[in-house]
Design a protein around this ligand. Structure first.
Ligand code: HAM
Length: 439
């Protein structure tokens, strides 16, 4: 049997409903935040990621899905969304848009050739935002508030916000030199990856999972001591704005993030519940004030973040939260014979067009089996259509929960179902009498 590629997964059933629901919720949240939806291709020229994400990052140096297309071009399946959105911002000259800053959101699959494990896939879905054209620390705080508010809305409790500042380029350079100076005599005690990082991007030694517990890490110079006045103030403001929104955070001086493009603020939100597993970073992001320029656009500050949908689903399961309501069918239609199928289908169609959720039997089940099926599907009503019903234009409607049976004129069926909606919404003891139930 042909199987799915390693590190990928299929979606169906309840999981599909949950994902669709979360996507809808995210789109609605982005309306509230006044962000515009953008979509960029799943593949881009390889050069974009080499230039944008950085040669020294794991995702570009070890994990890209590269291919040469039939026109001999080097292409790469996007490992993340930021570089593509920046490319699109530049190509579409969005720096000239009337409305500034340009606030965008995106959603879609990303590809990284990683070692698959729980919470880590080779194809995974990210929701993310990128904001261009403002260096105001308020925007850093706004961006951090998006995942935090989303998790709050969903009822997730076990989350922790970690922030840090990498400062501007000048501060970062001074810090880089201090780190080189510090780690140079200790190189032998570091893991092989860190030895490589030492040459290419010494900051990344700080977030090494292998070396993190070593004594030498604990005494490494701290970024905070190398921030210049302007960078310090920027960071202070971000913290004040987070506090203004009652967003709790911890400053983690070793948080540098795995991508090369960050300046000033960086942040991650992690699932802090015990037993969650090692892939507990639900989302991450930060400011990147030189990326637009690096990719060939005008000097423009930017800030953004991305969250993985898979880890979000795991976090929800872990905290026993099912955000989706039970799937309820308003009506389950049973045509009693071949001859009445046209009428049954016509009714099904009319009800669906009126906004009801309707299913129709296409397996010619027995009556008993149809009732069983309708209960499994949580149908409120079973509507039976036989030759008598068609002749008299009267439908037999059975309510699954109460087992009551009604005779409803075909012309009145929409009203009948509408009234039950009212019945559902009202508190029956004070019902205004529009519902048909016995009280
Ligand atoms: P990232 O930290 O590489 O940042 O990824 C963001 C999130 O995507 C992670 O926190 C995680 O939830 C999810 N994720 C990453 N890799 C995997 C994987 N292999 N399997 C499942 N989930 C994964 C970025 O991608 C940046 N572009 C974020 C950003 C946007 N920074 C500024 N703007």
């Amino acid at each position: 049997m042909i199987q799915k590629p390693k590190g990928t997964y299929d979606v169906n059933g309840e999981k599909g409903r949950k994902i669709l629901y979360l996507e809808k919720l995210l789109a609605a949240l982005m309306e509230n935040y006044h962000y515009q939806y953008v979509r960029t291709p799943l593949f881009e020229s390889s050069e974009l990621f080499h230039r944008g994400v950085g040669e020294t990052t794991d995702i570009v140096s070890k994990e890209t899905y590269d291919f040469i297309d039939r026109g001999n071009r080097n292409m790469t399946l996007r490992p993340e969304g930021t570089a593509g959105v920046v490319r699109s911002y530049i190509e579409n000259k969005m720096y000239g848009d009337v409305i500034q800053p340009v606030k965008t959101w995106y959603y879609g699959p990303m590809y990284r050739y990683e070692r698959p494990q729980s919470g880590r896939f080779r194809e995974f879905y990210q929701f993310g935002v990128e904001v261009f054209g403002t260096n105001d620390p308020l925007m850093d705080a706004e961006v951090i508030s998006i995942p935090v508010n989303f998790y709050r809305l969903l009822g997730l409790k076990g989350i922790k916000v970690n922030i840090n500042s990498l400062g501007d380029q000048e501060s970062r350079l001074r810090y880089r030199e201090a780190l080189i100076e510090y780690f140079k005599p200790h190189l032998e005690s570091l893991c092989n990856d860190c030895k490589e990082r030492f040459l290419k991007n010494p900051l990344r030694i700080l977030d090494c999972k292998v070396d993190s517990e070593k004594e030498i890490m604990k005494h490494a110079p701290k970024m905070q001591d190398y921030l210049n006045e302007e960078s310090k103030q920027h960071f202070e403001k971000v913290k004040e704005y987070l506090e203004a929104m009652q967003i709790e955070y911890s400053v983690n001086p070793n948080l540098v993030r795995g991508l090369d493009y960050y300046t000033y603020t960086v942040f991650e939100v992690e699932a802090s519940v015990e037993g969650f597993g090692s892939q507990n970073v639900l989302c991450g992001g930060g400011r990147y004030n030189h990326l637009v320029e690096t990719i060939g656009g005008p000097s423009t500050p930017g800030v953004g973040f991305a969250m993985g949908m898979e880890r979000l689903l795991t976090a929800l399961e872990f905290e026993n939260i099912n955000p989706v309501e039970e799937n309820v069918l308003d009506a389950y239609i049973v045509p009693l014979s071949e001859e009445v199928k046209k009428e049954a289908l016509s009714l099904t169609n009319a009800l669906r067009l009126s906004g009801f959720t309707v299913e129709i039997d296409t397996l010619n089940r027995s009556m008993k089996s149809n009732f069983k099926t309708s209960e499994r599907m949580h149908a409120r009503y079973v509507i039976i259509i036989g030759e008598d019903e068609v002749k008299e234009n009267i439908l037999t409607v059975k309510e699954n929960q109460t087992k009551e049976e009604y005779k409803v004129a075909l012309a009145d069926i929409i009203d009948f179902l509408d009234q039950t909606m009212i019945h559902d919404e009202c508190d029956c003891e004070e019902c205004d009498g529009t519902c048909h139930h016995e009280k």
